[in-house]
Design a protein around this ligand. Structure first.
Ligand code: GAL
Length: 456
């Protein structure tokens, strides 16, 4: 049987054999980004991949040609650390606090993750983002936590997070500095820094991509440099012997990490930085959903963190982001201040029926089966045969959105049940799936063949 690992294997081989060299790069260009918001993507085709010779190799879920089997015998396909079998869930301080996160803020967030019920709902990682360390290294070449933000260093913060039964994540840059230029990067120190993180008990490393000295690689494309550095840091992490989830974010250099990162990392960013408003969130959704076929067990597309409860995001916008991210099997990394969130925000972040869609063990990213004038129908296959269906109204006016059970991939049956994952109402249908969807809103169903009420 053709496996996802085999697809990744083949892909790795193909990329190394020349596609990247030929410059299959620029997936995310500043030019197309806003313009695509209102575009109507032609799902469930292979999206952008369909235009390239690599299209079939890229999709683990598509029918595969015989030649794939020949190449699939190459080894080392799937990220071998055994982590992220479902998308990671957690919190990261960057979206709300920027680079001003302190030990006090991290510890308070960890406590709130427990007391809010988020830990019980599946959130595990408490992640420190960029800005935690100084621009200079110690005399021994070690990264140095900023003493104003972390007066006792990072280790006690990690210990505290662990004492609550949670995991700790940290940020590093593949280049010589972080993207703000304010902190030392890991370039030339991958082994040393991975060892330092492991010695602190770090469970998750986000590797950002700034100040990379491309002049050190005169004959390589940016994409090839990204692959090289991502692999080197991955090897450095593996050499520590500690199980550390590995998240790469090279979108600053506009490569297409989703085409090559699966054997290397557990997550790869598909978008630039998200902002706390509806337009940005939708642009990220549109960018991520088209490459659904790259995601799977152990390696996920990352359209960036949640803005639920932040900035200009209304409760409707927030519910929509949470639904779309779950449908896309995206990491659910809350980006709000957990110590001050409203009951509405907490209710969104802890909706277990929606979380179950994100965390479904079949490990498939949802995709679009219809998109017209900003009215979307998305479907995500689930392990028990159900489908998670999102009717998303991208527009500024309420609308009726309709599809059918066969259109969303359900097998023939006399009757189907539709469980609304936000209202919990259950209805039955012979075929039609129709709902009135408010502006910016979603209606999200779990569709099952009737007689079998799907579990959460
Ligand atoms: C960006 C990155 C963000 C955040 C930020 C911190 O490059 O995309 O997710 O990590 O750096 O400075």
């Amino acid at each position: 049987m053709f496996t996802r690992g085999a697809a990744r294997n083949l892909l790795a081989g193909v990329v190394l054999a020349g596609c990247a060299v030929a410059g299959v790069g620029g997936g995310v260009s500043a030019g197309i980004y806003p313009a695509r918001v209102m575009a109507s993507p032609s799902a469930p085709t292979r999206g952008a991949a369909a235009t390239s010779g690599m299209a079939l190799a890229r999709s683990p879920h598509a029918p595969q040609p015989a030649t794939v089997h020949l190449l699939s015998s190459q080894s080392n396909a799937l990220m071998p650390n055994g982590l992220a079998l479902t998308p990671p869930m957690g919190w990261n301080g960057y979206n709300d606090f920027g680079r001003r996160v302190t030990a006090v803020i991290v510890e308070a967030a960890a406590r709130a993750m427990v007391t809010s019920g988020m830990k019980a709902a599946g959130y595990a990682y408490v992640n420190l983002d960029g800005g935690w360390n100084l621009r200079t290294r110690s005399a021994q070449g070690q990264l140095q936590p900023n003493p104003r933000l972390f007066p006792h260093g990072i280790q006690p913060v990690v210990d505290y997070v662990h004492s609550l039964g949670l995991k700790f994540g940290i940020y590093a840059s593949a280049g010589t500095r972080n993207c703000a230029g304010s902190s030392a990067g890991s370039y030339g120190h991958y082994r040393q820094d991975a060892a330092t993180f492991a010695s602190w008990g770090v469970d998750y490393i986000k590797l950002d991509w700034c100040y990379v000295p491309y002049k050190d690689y005169p004959s390589m494309t940016h994409q090839q440099v990204s692959q090289t550095l991502a692999r080197q840091m991955g090897q450095a992490i593996a050499a520590t012997g500690r199980q550390i989830l590995y998240d790469v974010n090279d979108t600053a250099v506009r490569t297409t990490a989703w085409t090559w990162a699966a054997p290397v990392a557990n997550l790869w960013r598909t978008t630039p930085d998200i902002r706390a408003n509806y337009t940005s969130m939708v642009a990220h959704f549109i960018r991520d959903v088209r490459d659904y076929h790259y995601a799977g067990r152990g390696g996920w597309n990352d359209p960036d963190m949640l803005e639920v409860g932040n900035g200009a995001m209304t409760p409707t916008d927030s519910r929509t982001q949470f639904s779309l991210w779950a449908e896309m099997a995206a990491p659910l990394i809350a980006g709000n201040n957990l110590t001050k969130m409203s009951a509405v925000t907490r209710g969104i972040l802890t909706n277990r029926a929606v979380i179950a869609v994100d965390q479904d063990r079949l490990a498939r990213q949802g995709y679009s089966v219809a998109s017209s004038h900003g009215h979307w129908v998305l479907t995500k296959p689930l392990a028990n045969g159900d489908r998670a269906v999102v009717l998303f109204n991208q527009t500024d006016a309420g609308a009726t959105i309709s599809t059918t059970t066969s259109r969303v991939g359900m097998p023939p049956a006399a009757v189907y049940s539709l469980r609304n994952l936000w209202t919990e109402a259950v209805t039955e249908t012979a075929a039609a799936i129709t709902a009135t969807v408010p502006a910016h809103g979603v209606v999200m169903y779990r569709v099952a063949t009737a007689g079998r009420m799907s579990g959460r």
